[in-house]
Design a protein around this ligand. Structure first.
Ligand code: BGC
Length: 763
C-alpha cells in the first residue's frame, strides 16, 4: 500500500529546488516519475538503488562526490543537519537530474530521547504509549534531518537466546501486530510528507526471529502454515498501517535467502499484500548471497536480488558494479530496472522531497548549536511511558512500594550505568543524559531517606565475554570492569546491606548482551551477579531485585528468593526516575510480560500459544509418555501476559451474549474488573480464544484482544469484547483463511494462565 498518497495535511513550506512538484495526486505522481525515468541513464538509475552509510569506507567528501555524480540514491547514519545538508546540496544542485536523497537511520525506540526498548514497550500493552513514543521519536529525528527509520522491528521471537528479541515486541502475533500499527502511526503521523513525519521501514522481512537455535543470522526453516498464522501477520499489519518501506531479512527461508526470494518479495509482498513502497536489503545482504551459496559471483548475486525485487542495496557495491552490465547484456530488462527505480523515486515523492528536499532539514540559521543539549529531549513522555513498561513479578509481604524513609542500600553493576539503561539501538541517546537508577532514587528520597551505594559485582567476570562486548561497534567501551576482586565487591555490598532497612539490587545484562549478534547459550544471570544476590539474601534484609535485560531470563532463584522482583527491561533516558516512581509507589505497576519467561534454557522454544498435541501433560497426573521434560514442570516460570499490581484486582462474572451464533454474526464477552486493593492502578484484561476442533491442530489459546483499564480503589468496571469472524478465522492447511464451525472457548484473564472460561458454538 502506498504510504499516505492522498494526504490532507497542511501545505508544506515550499522551497522548490530543481524539481518542484504538486503532491496528493497518484496520477501526478506516476506522470512525474515516468517523465523522470525517461530522462535517466542506466548509471543514474543504478545510482538511485544505492543506500550508503558514511563510515570508514566512504568519507563525507567522497560521499558528496558520489552523490554529485548521481551514484547514490539515499544515505543512512548521517544524522545531523549540518552533515546532511551538504549531501542534499550535492544531490539537488550538482547532480545532473537534481534528484534529492533521503536520509535514513535506525530510530527504533527513540532518537535523542531514548524510550524503553521495544520488548518493554510491548509490556505496556498500551498502544497509545507506543504511538506516542514513535511520534516523539519522529519529531526529534526530523529535527536532525532524518526522513526514514528502519523500524518497527516486528520479528516474532520464541527463542530468547536470540539477542534481537530486545528489539521486537515479543512472542504474540496479535500484540506484535498492534504494536506494529501503533509504531507506524506514530512515525508517519497524519501524513508522511510532513516536516515532522518520518517514513517507517518495517523489518526484518521475514521470519528473522525464528533463526535456528536463536543464533543470529542462522537459517530459518518453517512450515507455511506457521508462517501465515504466526510470523507474517505483524509485517502485514505494518504495511496495512501504511509503512512505506520494508527491510528484507538476512536469513534464508526454507532454503532460499530472503534477499533473493521472489516468492517473498514479489508474490507475497507485492502481489498478495499489495505493497508498493521500497524494499531495502539489510546491511551487505546482496553480497552475502555468495556466502549463502546461491550465487557463485557478484554478478549472479546482483541479478538474483534485483529479479527477486530488492530496490535499495544497503552498504554494498554490487548493484553499482554489476547492474549496468546485466542491463547491457539483456539479462535484466530495462523494465525490470525501472520497476525498482520507480519505488525509490516513489518514496522520495511520498516523503515530499521533490517538493522540498530540505523539508526536514530546515535552514542553516535554525540548526542547533549543540545537537546533544538536554533541552532537545522529551523527558516527560519518556518517564510516563517508561513507567508503563515495568512489570512487577513478585511482591512478598508487600515489600513494595518502599517508604521514602530509613536507610536504603542500592547495589549492583547496573545501578548507575547510563549506557546500559538506554538499551541497544539507542540512536542518538546520550548515556550522560540518562537518569540512572541511582540518580532516580537519589532524587526520589532526597531529604527523606539515607541512600548507600556499592557496585557489588561486575556484570560478568568472564573476560572473554567482556572482550566480545567491547568489540561491538560503539564509540565507548560497552562494559567497564571494576578492577577489585569479586569477593571485595561483595563484602562491601554486604556491609552496606547490614546497615540498611532494605536492599535494592540492580542486576541483569549489560545492554550489549541483548543486541544484534549477541546470542546466548545460557539465560541465567551471570555468575558474578547471582553470587552477589546470594550474599545479599544471606544478610536477611528485604531484597528488592530490579532486573535490567533485553530478553527473558531464567530467574528461578530470583523468583524464589527476592522479596520483590521488578522487570524493568532497559527503561531509557528517564529510566531511573520511572523505576523510582514504581519502587516508591508514585506509580502502580501495570505492565504484563509480552513473552514467556522460561524456567531454563532447555525449555526453549517456549510460547503460550502452542498447538494442541496428541499426548499433552495433564497437571497433577504422572507425566510418563506425555509431552514433557522429566526434570522440571512443564510451562514457563512466568507466563505470557503476567504482571502484578500493588492493588488487588479481581476479574469475575464472565458472560457471553450468546451460546450459539451463525456466520456473519458476532457476540460479546464481558466480565467485571474490580480494584479491591488500596491503590489506584490499571490492569490489562486479556481475551483469549481457543478453537476446540478444526481441520488442523489449532493453538491451545490465542490472544485476540486486550484492554488496559484504570480504576480507583473500590471501583469496578464491566469490560466488553466483541467477538466476530476476525477473531475466529485461521489459516488452514491449504493456506487459506477460513472460518470453521464448532465450539470455541472464550477466556478472559489478567494473564494467559489464570482465566475465566465460557464456550459458544459457531453454526
Ligand atoms: C541490522 C538492521 C539495521 C541495519 C542498519 C543491520 O545490521 O540488521 O536492523 O537496520 O544494520 O543499521
Amino acid at each position: 500500500m502506498a504510504a499516505n498518497l492522498a494526504t490532507t495535511g497542511p501545505a508544506q513550506a515550499q522551497t522548490p529546488v530543481g524539481l518542484g512538484v504538486k503532491k496528493a495526486d497518484p496520477g501526478a505522481k506516476k506522470a512525474f516519475i515516468d517523465d523522470l525515468i525517461s530522462r535517466m541513464t542506466v548509471e543514474e538509475k543504478v545510482g538511485q538503488l544505492r543506500l550508503i552509510s558514511i563510515g570508514p569506507e566512504m568519507t563525507h567528501a567522497q560521499l558528496s562526490e558520489e552523490i554529485a555524480a548521481g551514484r547514490i540514491g539515499a544515505s543512512f547514519n548521517t544524522v545531523i543537519r549540518r552533515d546532511n545538508r551538504p549531501l542534499q546540496e550535492a544531490a539537488v544542485q550538482r547532480s545532473r537530474l537534481k534528484i534529492p536523497l533521503f536520509f535514513a537511520y535506525d530510530v527504533v525506540h527513540g532518537h535523542r530521547t531514548t524510550f524503553p526498548i521495544p520488548l518493554g514497550l510491548a509490556a505496556s500493552f498500551d498502544m497509545a504509549a507506543i504511538e506516542r513514543m514513535a511520534r516523539v521519536s519522529a519529531v526529534e529525528a526530523c529535527a536532525d534531518g532524518v526522513d526514514m527509520t528502519f523500524a518497527p522491528m516486528v520479528d516474532i521471537s520464541h527463542d530468547p537466546r536470540w539477542g534481537r528479541t530486545s528489539e521486537g515486541f515479543g512472542e504474540d502475533p496479535y500484540l506484535v501486530s498492534e504494536s506494529a500499527r501503533a509504531s507506524v502511526r506514530g512515525f508517519q503521523g497524519p501524513s508522511v510528507d510532513r516536516p515532522d513525519s518520518i517514513m517507517a521501514a518495517v523489518k526484518h522481512f521475514a521470519l528473522y526471529g525464528a533463526v535456528e537455535g536463536g543464533r543470529d543470522y542462522n537459517t530459518v526453516d518453517m512450515s507455511p502454515m506457521r508462517m501465515h498464522q504466526t510470523y507474517l501477520p505483524p509485517y502485514r499489519a505494518a504495511i496495512e498501517a501504511g509503512a512505506g518501506g520494508v527491510m528484507v531479512a538476512l536469513n534464508s527461508i526454507n532454503g532460499v535467502p530472503a534477499t533473493g526470494n521472489t516468492w517473498l518479495l514479489q508474490d507475497l509482498l507485492r502481489k498478495e499484500w499489495g505493497f508498493s513502497g521500497v524494499t531495502i536489503s539489510d546491511h551487505g545482504a546482496i553480497a552475502e548471497l555468495l556466502k549463502h551459496g546461491v550465487a557463485s559471483n557478484a554478478r549472479e548475486a546482483a541479478k538474483l536480488a534485483i529479479k527477486a525485487g530488492i530496490d535499495l542495496s544497503m552498504a554494498d557495491q554490487i548493484y553499482l558494479a554489476e547492474l549496468p552490465g546485466l542491463v547491457a547484456s539483456g539479462e535484466i530488462a530495462m523494465a525490470e530496472l525501472d520497476a525498482r527505480v520507480r519505488e525509490v523515486l516513489g518514496v522520495k515523492y511520498d516523503l515530499g522531497l521533490f517538493a522540498d528536499p530540505f523539508l526536514r532539514m530546515g535552514k542553516p540559521a535554525d540548526d542547533p548549536v549543540d545537537e546533544k543539549v538536554d533541552s532537545r529531549l522529551h523527558r516527560q513522555p519518556a518517564r510516563e511511558i517508561a513507567r508503563e513498561t515495568i512489570v512487577l513479578l513478585e511482591n512478598r509481604n508487600r515489600t513494595l512500594p518502599l517508604k521514602k524513609a530509613g536507610t536504603i542500600a542500592l547495589v549492583g553493576p547496573l545501578a548507575d550505568s547510563g549506557l546500559d539503561i538506554l538499551g541497544s539501538w539507542s540512536a542518538q541517546g546520550v548515556a550522560g543524559l540518562a537518569v540512572t537508577l541511582r540518580a532516580g532514587i537519589e532524587k526520589a528520597v532526597a531529604g527523606k531517606a539515607r541512600l548507600l551505594t556499592a557496585r557489588g559485582a561486575n556484570v560478568t567476570d568472564d573476560a572473554k565475554v567482556v572482550e566480545y562486548l567491547n568489540y561491538l561497534n560503539w564509540d565507548t567501551p560497552e562494559v567497564i570492569q571494576d578492577p577489585r576482586s569479586p569477593e571485595a565487591m561483595i563484602a562491601e555490598a554486604v556491609a552496606l546491606a547490614a546497615q540498611a532497612d532494605v536492599v535494592i539490587a540492580a542486576v541483569g545484562e549489560s545492554r550489549g548482551m541483548s543486541h544484534e549478534s549477541s546470542s546466548r547459550v545460557s539465560l541465567d544471570l551471570p555468575g558474578s551477579q547471582r553470587a552477589l544476590l546470594k550474599a545479599l539474601k544471606a544478610t536477611g534484609k528485604p531484597l528488592v531485585v530490579v532486573l535490567m535485560n533485553g530478553r527473558p531470563l531464567a530467574i528461578g532463584w530470583e523468583k524464589d528468593n527476592a522479596d520483590a522482583l521488578l522487570e524493568t527491561w532497559y527503561a531509557g533516558t528517564e529510566g531511573g526516575n520511572a523505576i523510582a516512581d514504581v519502587l516508591f509507589g508514585d506509580h502502580n505497576p501495570s505492565a504484563k510480560l509480552p513473552i514467556s519467561f522460561p524456567r531454563s534454557v532447555g525449555q526453549i522454544p517456549i510460547y503460550y500459544n502452542h498447538l494442541r498435541i496428541g499426548r499433552p501433560l495433564t497437571e497433577g497426573k504422572p507425566g510418563n509418555y506425555t509431552s514433557q521434560y522429566f526434570e522440571e514442570p512443564n510451562g514457563p516460570l512466568y507466563p505470557f501476559g503476567f504482571g502484578l499490581s500493588y492493588s488487588r484486582f479481581t476479574l469475575s462474572g464472565l458472560k457471553l451474549s450468546a451460546s450459539r451464533i451463525s456466520r456473519g454474526q458476532s457476540l460479546t464477552a464481558e466480565a467485571t474488573l474490580a480494584n479491591e486493593g488500596p491503590y489506584e492502578g490499571a490492569n490489562v484484561v486479556q481475551l483469549y480464544i481457543s478453537d476446540s476442533f478444526a481441520s488442523v491442530a489449532r493453538p491451545v489459546k490465542e490472544l485476540k484482544g486486550f484492554q488496559k483499564v484504570a480504576l480507583k480503589p473500590g471501583e469496578s468496571r464491566v469490560v466488553r469484547f466483541e467477538i466476530g469472524e476476525d477473531q475466529l478465522k485461521f489459516v488452514n492447511a491449504e493456506l487459506r483463511e477460513v472460518l470453521e464451525s464448532g465450539r470455541f472457548d472464550v477466556q478472559l484473564g489478567l494473564d494467559s494462565r489464570d482465566v475465566l472460561e465460557q464456550s459458544f458454538e459457531l453454526a
